[in-house]
Design a protein around this ligand. Structure first.
Ligand code: FES
Length: 145
């Protein structure tokens, strides 16, 4: 049911962990399955994503898609990262079973939530980016919520 790439990224996820003082951090959850994904981005002054880490408390497809998503955004500019959709992540993994496509959406949303956090902190507007609906944030850091 899963491609070799999905199994590989599930068994050996890349870029697992966290970044202290990340430029942007986003936490998203899927209300239906209860899975949670957190993405950390380290972005330099040229808006290039230098480092990216993630933590996923979720199903195998969520782990594999977040791992692949981190590989895809690393080294990209913020604008390029905006182009990385869940479809692109799923394609890079040689496909996901239809019932698991929503898991890849979590990866896209986590990138967007982390970019939103970065934009907020730096008073920037990122074209095409809107406030994430599912960012569950961290209460101690997010006075606005
Ligand atoms: Fe929840 Fe996959 S089943 S993210």
């Amino acid at each position: 049911m899963y491609s070799e790439k999905v199994m590989d990224h599930f068994q050996n996820p890349r870029n697992v962990g966290e970044i202290e003082n990340a430029s942007g951090m986003g936490t998203v959850g899927n209300a239906k399955c209860g899975d949670i994904m957190r993405m950390y981005l380290d972005i330099d002054e040229n808006q290039v994503i230098r480092e990216v880490k993630f933590k996923t408390f979720g199903c195998g497809a969520a782990v594999a898609t977040s791992s692949m998503a981190t590989e895809l955004v690393k080294g990209k500019t913020v604008q390029e990262a905006m182009q990385i959709t869940n479809q692109a992540v799923a394609e890079a993994l040689d496909g996901l079973p239809p019932v698991k496509m929503h898991c890849s959406l979590l990866a896209e949303e986590a990138i967007h939530a982390a970019l939103w956090d970065y934009a907020q902190k730096n008073h920037l507007t990122i074209e095409g980016l809107s406030k994430p609906k599912t960012d569950i944030g961290e209460e101690e850091e997010d006075e606005e919520y």
